[in-house]
Structures are given as C-alpha cells and as structure tokens.
Design a protein around this ligand. Structure first.
Ligand code: SAM
Length: 365
C-alpha cells in the first residue's frame, strides 16, 4: 500500500461507514515491513486501524483489505491469502496434474489466465494471436479509451483522484493514468488477481500462466512498459461499499462489473456517491447475468419479458441513470453510449465474445 495513495484517498473504516458509525478515517496502526519503490514508501505488511471501533484491517503482500465483513472474507479466502507465490511454473504444473481439475487453485489459475491474457496479452512480444479482430487482447484498454472519448473535449479535472472498480488484474487502472492527471486506485475482491496487478506494478514484469488446453498452461513472462505505474495502487475493497468519503472522486471506471454484483442499482448509487459534482464515470457491461452473482429480481433487464421494456436492459439502465425509475440514481446523467466488443479467453481454442454497452455518465453539478 503506497503511502501516497493512503494519504490522498483517506480510507474510512468500512465497518463504521456501513454500520452507521459515520466517516471515521483509518490510521496506520502497525508497519511490519515496508519498502521503497522509486523513492516512494510502500507498506508490504501491516495493519490499518479504526480509532473508533478498533477494527484491524490487514495489509498483506502490499494489498490492504478494507472490508466491512472482514471475517467472512478472510475465512472464505484463507487459502488465497496464504498461497505461496514463489512456486516455479514446472512445480506448479506438477501440483496441478496431481490435484486435478475442480480445485480452488485451478479455478484461480483459469481466472488469471482469462483476464491477464486480455489485460496484458497485447503487450507480449511473442504474441501468437492476431492483434486485430474481436478477440484481440487489450479489449479492456480499448474500453477505457473509448469511454473517455464519449465525454468529448471536456477537460479532465486537475490531479483528480480516479477509482477503477472491479479492476481485476489491473490493466484498466494503468490505462486510466493516460486519461487522468492524479492518482488511480484499483479495487477488487479477488486476491490472486490483485496480487498479479500488484506484482506488475512493483516489478514492471508481467508473469502469469496462460491456459492452452485442460490443465496445460504456458508460462508468460515479459517486461511491459505501462504508463505511470507510480500513480497506481491496488486495494481489496467492496465496490458496493467503497470506503471513501462522498464526492471525492474525479473519475470512476467500472468495466464489466455491474452484472457481477448482488445489487446493480446500489452500485449505480455508489458511483453517484463517490463522484464529485461534474465528475465522470465510464461504465460498461455485457448484461451477462447469473443468479450466482445477482438475484434475478435485481437484474437490469433479462426478465419480465411482458413488461413495458420487454425485458430489455438498455432502456432500463438509462432510466436508472438519472431517469424516471423509482430507484434511479438521480444525481447522475448519461452523457454518451456506444457498443464495444469484449471477450474472455477460456483456452487456446475457446474465447467467449461479448458485445458490451459502454456508457459515459456524469455527476450533475
Ligand atoms: C467480469 S470481471 C471484469 C474485470 C475487468 N474490469 C475487465 O473488464 O476485464 C468483474 C470483476 O469485478 C470483481 N468484483 C465483483 N464483485 C465485486 C465487488 N463487490 N467488489 C469488488 N470487486 C468485485 C471481480 O472480482 C472481477 O475481477
């Protein structure tokens, strides 16, 4: 956790924030290990502390875990939190063959493979896939560039803070530094993904295993020249309860995450809460609903085919963004929208292609 980001973003105790205890800033309670990257102090292991409720939030592998329901998260993620990260690719493949499919380890490897191959595959010097076409890697970087184009020529607020909600392995957070002037913070709940983003940030090297077929993964390892890594950091936090004061953010990105949360409408309200007056957010989604992530009553479209919108998602989300829906985030307005392709690569012979709805949204002044 970079000190620059801690001081600029001023995290609040999520437990007090959600539990009605108000906006209580966290303090650095304990530093177990810190390093310096490019003259910048970075806490690799330590504890953030709430002065009011005395809740402790761990910083592990440089990633602070700032969550209201910390106990459930840590209990559910203990194997990820305590996973070794120094196992060589060859021993990793021996362990994968020995344990077989269906393990937590294998699921994490597949996720990393899918997201890292889109986020960083276009930067690999030995890329075997075409760099053009719908399944070309780098789609999330194209989302960020296209999203900002929808704002037209509106000048970016000087040194405004930016949040990348559901940042996964982090390419979009780096890309946000091209579009903005201030610090960028990527938030996610997936520890292996955050850890990869963090390793890329601190080492300048992209290293992950890319799935070829079955349990066979190829080692990808290359130097990537990413823009302004000194302005980026990654934290574990819930995007529905982001632990920050209202109206602090100059930019928010939420790429392909609104259909992954239990309450999409709450997510739009959270974006509204976080944005400063006049500030902008870019939101994309393939509306790829699953009941495992979002109870179907909360889906934006995808049900109630006999209703006035015939189950369509697009008019419903427009009515939720500053429109006339009963649950609308009334402080937001839709500035522009377009369609854009995105994909999730499963293995060398399978890539799921999505058509996403990309929207530029502004907090009314
Ligand atoms: C479909 S992926 C999209 C990742 C990335 N934005 C992209 O477009 O490639 C959704 C991401 O949101 C994260 N996520 C889902 N629910 C979340 C929550 N409540 N808080 C933080 N992150 C969340 C997931 O861990 C995952 O990395």
């Amino acid at each position: 956790m970079k000190l620059s980001h801690f001081h600029a973003f001023e995290p609040l105790c999520p437990r007090c924030l959600v539990g009605g205890g108000g906006e209580v800033p966290l303090v650095i309670g304990t530093v177990v290990r810190a390093v310096t990257h490019g003259g910048e102090e970075d806490i690799e292991e330590g504890i953030l502390l709430c002065g009011a409720c005395r809740m402790e939030f761990p910083i592990l592998d440089g990633i602070p875990i700032v969550l209201n329901d910390l106990r459930t998260f840590v209990r559910d993620n203990l194997s990820h939190l305590l996973t070794r990260t120094d196992v060589s690719p060859v021993l990793e493949s021996v362990l994968a063959d020995a344990s077989g499919p269906g393990t937590v380890f294998e699921a994490a490897r597949q996720f990393i493979s899918s997201y890292a191959s889109d986020h960083y595959g276009d930067l690999a010097p030995d890329l075997e896939r075409p760099l053009i076409g719908p399944a070309a890697p780098g789609a999330v970087a194209r989302h960020i560039a296209a999203g900002f184009e929808l704002f037209g020529d509106a000048p970016a607020p000087q040194a405004a803070l930016a949040l990348d909600l559901g940042c996964s392995v982090g390419r979009s957070s780096f890309e946000l530094t091209r579009q903005t002037r201030g610090l960028v913070l990527g938030l996610d709940l997936n520890i292996p993904m955050l850890r990869l983003g963090r390793r890329i940030l601190t080492s300048g090297r992209v290293n992950y295993r890319e799935r070829r077929v079955g349990l066979v993964y190829d080692n990808r390892d290359f130097v990537a020249a990413l823009p302004s890594p000194e302005r980026v950091d990654f934290w574990a936090a819930n995007v529905l309860e982001a632990p920050f004061r209202a109206a602090r953010m100059g930019h928010v990105a939420a790429m392909n995450v609104i259909d992954c949360v239990p309450s999409p409408a709450t997510f739009l309200h959270e974006i509204e809460r976080l944005l400063a007056p006049g500030a902008g957010a870019i939101v994309s989604t393939p509306y790829d609903w699953s009941a495992a992530a979002t109870p179907y009553e909360a889906w934006i479209g995808g049900h109630s085919q006999r209703g006035p919108m015939a189950g369509a998602a697009e008019p419903l989300i427009r009515s939720l963004i500053g429109g006339d829906h009963a649950h609308a985030a009334r402080g937001l307005e839709l500035v522009g929208e377009r369609e854009i392709e995105w994909h999730v690569r499963m293995h060398s012979r399978s890539t799921v292609l999505y058509q996403c709805h990309l929207m530029a949204v502004r907090r009314k002044a």
